[in-house]
Design a protein around this ligand. Structure first.
Ligand SMILES: [Zn+2]
Length: 330
């Protein structure tokens, strides 16, 4: 048994020896000796202590690093969530921190387009067309502004009216005003249910001479000047004006009868849609020089008629800033 005891350590020795064999290259001490074992224990203690210290430093440093970095890490998380909302609301984009810019960038074109405001539309250009050329749709003729060289003036593009437009005296108009008149007659038939009549359109100089002389003979010069233009001063010579009545009211081109009819009221309110204006309104005699003529409509084109309608300016004299023309003067 005793011999077993001394052998016991030897029997158990191989394990430490194998460990010592690995450390033998690092230590000159002979393996198996008490000193070698103590040295081994010391090394183990030192190694474990070193590991503990290193781990402590590592863990401590990590914790410290997390604590230091936490304020920087957490807000970006909140900002990322915030930027998802800023995409929908362009106004907050400028508040996004630098790291959060990248997800916002793809959406930046629409926010940059939002503040864009188109330039205001240019004001109405009153010089687009001439008011002095008798062939212009904007030509202004009144008792102060005669037609230049009226005895020889014949407007462009005079044309007959379509056969389906009542035109008892066979008057003509210029082409574009004629087409607009046809559309206006059709709209009246559709919206009011009456049939309009083209009572008097283009009158050449010689016709106006005879018409004026007729009225002078009946009413004298003063009386004639209230209702009939002198030769060279008539809007009818431009081919842009039409006296309009209807087939049912029985009204004539006298007094204010036609202005009280459904068609007369409709024309006064809607002629602008077709490029026409009521040329001699009831309360503008001092400006136009003519008494109220609810039948007399003048073509100026839809651009001008719409502008006059929208601005509430009723006469060409007022719209173009021309002097009032109550009489012939001189
Ligand atoms: Zn007329």
């Amino acid at each position: 048994m005793a011999t077993d005891n001394p052998q016991a350590p030897d029997d158990r020795a191989p394990a430490p020896r194998r460990r010592d064999a690995r450390s033998a290259s690092r230590s000159p001490e002979s393996p198996g000796s008490p000193e070698a074992r103590r040295a081994l224990v010391r090394r183990r203690v030192i190694a474990v202590s070193t590991i503990v210290i290193v781990l402590s430093l590592f863990v401590g440093g990590t914790v410290a690093a997390v604590l230091i970095a936490a304020p920087r890490i957490l807000p970006p998380v909140a900002n990322v969530a915030g930027t998802t909302t800023t995409v929908a609301s362009p106004g907050a984009t400028s508040d996004a921190p630098a790291p959060a810019v990248s997800p916002v960038t793809p959406a930046s074109p629409s926010p940059s387009a939002a503040p864009f405001t188109p330039p205001p539309p240019p004001g109405f250009d009153k010089t687009q067309l001439s008011i002095d050329d008798p062939n212009s749709y904007w030509f202004v003729v009144n008792k102060q502004r005669p037609i230049p060289d009226a005895e020889n003036f014949v407007p462009n593009e005079l044309t007959d009216l379509p056969p389906d437009m009542p035109n008892p005296n066979g008057y003509q108009l210029r082409l574009t005003p004629m087409a607009a008149l046809a559309a206006m007659f059709a709209a009246d038939k559709n919206e009011v249910g009456t049939q309009l009549v083209a009572q008097s359109g283009y009158r050449d100089y010689s016709v106006q001479v005879r018409a004026y002389q007729y009225y002078v003979g009946v009413d004298g010069v003063a009386g004639a000047d209230k209702t009939s233009a002198r030769p060279g001063f008539s809007e009818h010579q431009t081919g842009l004006a039409m006296d309009i009545l209807d087939t049912t009211s029985g009204c004539t081109t006298d007094f204010d009868c036609f202005g009280k009819t459904a068609s007369g009221k409709w024309l006064a309110a809607n002629a602008y849609r077709f490029g026409y204006i009521l040329r001699y309104p009831a309360d503008k005699t001092a400006i136009t020089g003519y008494e109220y003529e609810p039948w007399h409509f003048r073509y100026v084109g839809t651009e001008l008629s719409n502008e006059m309608h929208n601005t509430g300016v009723e006469t060409l004299e007022e719209f173009f800033g021309l002097p009032a023309a109550p009489d012939y003067g001189g």
